[in-house]
Design a protein around this ligand. Structure first.
Ligand code: URP
Ligand code: ZN
Ligand code: ZN
Length: 473
């Protein structure tokens, strides 16, 4: 089966150029001009851009959290991803206490394998580092899970101490694996939460007030320093503020192999969103910061102080007492209302896997904050390089998987829960205008999204075995 995408403008991290792109079976087989292969289905992309499929390296499908579950499962979340131009994601397997890493991995495969509609991989989040788990770490690398994650926050739930973090860093480095970190000081946050509750504070804004930027900056510096001492590469997830960026820059300036990402939402929202009557919609950790931090984050992604933009997609229903309809079926799951009496009970997390690339296209590229090539680098190429998927994923090149997005720069749309494919009842960007949308999305040569039509299916996606020793960028 051949598909010829003709007359488009191809965009990679390095170049923007007019060319035809030929797909044969699952792969890109030729880039060139005036291609006329026999028997190919021809798609005219005149006036449109052709991008590699997006890669979102930070998601939590169906995560058990705060006494409920993230509302997107692997199928609904992946369908939403595809409608937003993302064809690959990496989800966090969370090790339960007392569980082996392989058992945890098995649990995640059970949730994902038969439901997957796009390609995906796993990171392994360690919460219980026993001697047996230490021995398991290197075996993961050969099995295609080449990144670990540790949480320095969520005291009593996911948080690990510095000894655990340091041991994991050393072990991962030995095995050619990358360690990721949620960098907030969980002890400080726990103390601040208790103090706020004792004073009778219950409103959602107190989530932000008890998770100060310094708690993130301190934990980021600590993580950078520990990685330096362990001689280990480090990737800091969901960086939200200028001071945290500074710590990463400090480590990089001293030759440490430290990288970081931010997430779409941290460019746009502030604590004021949490002060709205529906403020729980914006509750996530770390929290939304300030307009000055937005500017610092744009500068950080422009200057390569941060190397990727992901989403931390972890949606909950705003009102989980009312069923919504998804693909004609009712769906209900406790959500943000669990915290209606107290901010510390609000499930932490926001939707965003579908929103990332269209929002960055309009409000990043469209408003002159980043170039189109940098958007591709941040959302496709760098994630693939850092996480051992390159050059199979993340670029338009001969031999790469034919994960291709035809982007119409002139189509306008209004963002909203009603038109979104994320399985939740709200959208952070409700009412925002978008100019430029993914019009066709191919996964390994299969046309998954064609305008408003969904051709994907559960089981159509594949689990990806990733390579160790990913790039440090
Ligand atoms: O609030 C968030 N970010 N929820 C998901 C878990 C995490 O910390 O990434
Ligand atoms: Zn986190
Ligand atoms: Zn996360």
């Amino acid at each position: 089966m051949k598909t010829l995408i003709k007359n488009g403008t191809l965009v990679t991290a390095a170049e923007t150029f007019p060319a035809d792109l030929l797909i044969e079976d699952n792969k890109i087989v030729l880039l060139g001009h005036e291609l006329r292969p026999e028997g190919a289905r021809v798609v005219d992309a005149s006036g449109k851009y052709v991008l590699p499929g997006g890669i979102d390296v930070h998601t939590h499908m169906e995560l058990p959290f705060f006494g409920t579950f993230a509302s997107d499962d692997f199928y609904s979340g992946q369908k939403a991803a595809a409608f937003g131009g993302t064809t690959t994601h990496i989800d966090f397997v969370i090790q339960g206490k007392g569980e082996s890493l392989h058992q945890a991995m098995e649990n995640w495969h059970k949730k994902s394998d038969a439901r997957a509609a796009i390609d995906y991989g796993f990171h392994l989040a360690i919460t219980d580092l026993t001697p047996a788990v230490m021995d398991e770490i290197p075996t993961l690398a050969g099995e295609g899970i080449t990144s670990l994650k540790l949480f320095l926050a969520y005291k009593g739930v996911l948080q690990v101490d510095d000894t655990t973090f340091f041991k994991a860093l050393m072990k991962a480095a030995e095995a050619g694996m990358l360690t990721m970190v949620h960098a907030e000081n969980g002890d400080v946050i726990d103390t601040l939460i208790k103090a706020a509750l004792a004073k009778g504070h219950r409103a959602a804004e107190w989530h932000a007030l008890t998770h100060p930027a310094w708690a993130e900056a301190e934990a980021t510096m600590r993580a950078v320093a520990l990685a330096g001492m362990a001689g280990a590469p480090l990737y800091v997830v969901h960086v939200t503020n200028a001071m945290a960026v500074d710590q990463i820059t400090y480590g990089r300036a001293r030759g440490l192999s430290v990288m970081g990402e931010t997430c779409t939402q941290y460019f746009f929202f502030t604590v004021d969103n949490l002060r709205q009557p529906d403020g729980s919609k914006w509750v996530c950790s770390p929290p939304m910061r300030t307009a000055a931090d937005h500017a610092a984050l744009w500068e950080a992604v422009r200057s390569n102080a941060l190397q990727a933009v992901s989403t931390d997609h972890c949606p909950f229903l705003f009102d989980g007492t009312k069923p919504i309809e998804y693909e004609g079926q009712p769906f209900v799951m406790p959500g943000k209302e669990l915290g209606s009496d107290s901010f510390d009970k609000i499930p932490n997390g926001v939707p965003g896997i579908e929103d990332r690339m269209p929002i960055l296209w309009t409000y990043g590229v469209g408003q002159g904050r980043i170039s189109l090539n940098r958007l591709v680098e941040l959302c496709c190429t760098n994630p693939a390089k850092i996480f051992g998927l390159y050059p199979r994923k993340g670029t338009l090149a001969v031999g790469a998987d034919a994960d291709v997005v035809i982007w119409n720069p002139n189509t306008t749309r209004v963002m909203g829960a009603r038109t979104s494919h994320q399985r939740t009842d709200y959208n952070l960007y409700e009412g925002w205008e978008i100019r430029g949308v993914p019009e066709q999305v191919y996964l390994r040569g299969n046309l998954l999204v064609d305008g408003d039509t969904w051709n994907g299916e559960p089981g159509g996606g594949s689990w990806l075995k990733r390579a160790a020793h990913g790039a440090v960028l």
